[in-house]
Design a protein around this ligand. Structure first.
Ligand SMILES: Nc1ncnc2c1ncn2[C@@H]1O[C@H](COP(=O)(O)OP(=O)(O)OP(=O)(O)O)[C@@H](O)[C@H]1O
Ligand SMILES: [Mg+2]
Length: 267
């Protein structure tokens, strides 16, 4: 580690359709080998922040109108998706987005296009993904469209890995998945961080799960990061528990710690 953050989002403003102000001076940073989570209510700006990092705003008529996004100190604001992948930044979009008509293995291979892998190198990259996601092994010849939601999320992450990224941005990886599958996916994200040194930027509504697995957390409100700190500290803040855990408490498997405030269920 160099001490310089890998990714720096510096005071960005994002406007959609020249009218809708979605981010109003959002700043954050991700160190090498760190898992950082973005939490916040619906519409807070989490997905927009990820799209600004991966330069996916243009497709939605969105634009960064102020501020900068730096990766290893380089301004990446003008790089297209292919150049970003080359630089080491890749996003796993919300909703997983596999090619449903291609097999699981063909989907994985499509993730390595930028590296032009062939033969043994390609096999080794595939084997690493199958090692991380053993559930994909029996599905390798099956069309991705016929796999379960959890398997598709694993496939989407596996395909991102095939590009050998340094940073993966993930939008709501837990969405729509059963708690046990969510745990499995976050455990694998842990391994990516620990065994491969991959940095993670994860937008999540499921604050309880995300905080348990992240190193650092930002709370986004109204297009700004209003609070940040080590994930364990954020998880212990009563105001955060009240605001954000109420929604996700029902999906938590662990009981409350003794003395923790009792959470009100959302209606
Ligand atoms: N393509 C778009 N065009 C116009 N406005 C948009 C677009 N995408 C998002 N917005 C607006 O930008 C703001 C931030 O949205 P964003 O999707 O980033 O929030 P979010 O934190 O990811 O929410 P959620 O938890 O629901 O996924 C919202 O006010 C939203 O309505
Ligand atoms: Mg979102």
């Amino acid at each position: 580690m160099t001490g310089t953050p890998l990714l720096v989002v510096d005071d960005i403003e994002v406007v959609y359709q020249q009218a809708i102000l979605a981010l109003r001076g959002l700043s954050l940073s991700v160190d090498a080998g760190q898992a950082v989570t973005l939490l916040g209510a619906n519409g807070a700006g989490k997905s927009t922040a990820l799209k600004a990092v991966s330069n996916l705003l243009r497709a939605e008529r969105g634009r960064v109108t102020r501020g900068r996004v730096l990766f290893e100190g380089q301004d990446i604001g003008r790089l297209d998706t292919a150049d970003l992948v080359e630089a080491g930044v890749i996003q796993v979009l919300e909703g997983r987005h596999c090619f449903p008509q291609l097999t699981v293995e063909e989907n994985l291979i499509s993730g390595a296009v930028s590296r032009r892998l062939r033969g043994r190198a390609l096999r080794a990259a595939l084997d690493r993904v199958y090692d991380l996601f053993p559930r994909l092994v029996p599905k390798r010849g099956i069309n991705a469209g016929y796999t379960s939601g959890g398997e598709q999320q694993m496939l989407a992450i596996g395909r991102a890995l095939m590009a050998r990224p340094r940073l993966i941005a993930l939008d709501e990886p837990s969405m729509g998945l059963a708690p046990l599958v969510v745990e499995e996916i976050f455990d694998i994200l842990h391994r990516l961080r620990d065994e491969e040194g991959i940095s993670l930027l994860i937008a999540e509504q499921n604050a309880a799960v995300a905080l348990r697995h992240a190193d650092h957390a930002y709370i986004v409100e109204n297009g700004r990061a209003v609070v940040d700190g080590p994930a364990a500290d954020i998880a212990a803040r009563p105001d955060v528990r009240d605001l954000y855990f109420g929604l996700s408490a029902s999906s938590e498997r662990t009981p409350h710690a003794p003395g923790a405030p009792v959470l009100t269920e959302s209606p």
